[in-house]
Design a protein around this ligand. Structure first.
Ligand SMILES: [Zn+2]
Length: 66
């Protein structure tokens, strides 16, 4: 982890589309996973979503399943 100075909503990460490090806008969303009706505990998951400021590509990472 690289310490972020003062803007936690923007991080510099590698973008697979740009093939280099770019600034990403970061947000967290709670998404409902309704495919697995039997598993209510997995019905709502927090996702960390980064959007590349260069090409707009989104990278979604489930946060609580590390
Ligand atoms: Zn990009």
């Amino acid at each position: 982890m690289v310490p972020q100075p003062s803007d936690p909503d923007h991080v510099t990460e590698r973008c697979g589309t740009c093939e280099g490090k770019t600034t990403h806008d970061v947000r967290v969303e709670i998404r409902t996973e309704s495919q697995q009706e039997e598993n209510a505990e997995f019905s709502r998951e927090p996702y960390r979503i980064t959007t590349c400021s260069e090409c707009g590509a989104e990278t979604t990472t489930r946060m609580n399943n590390a």
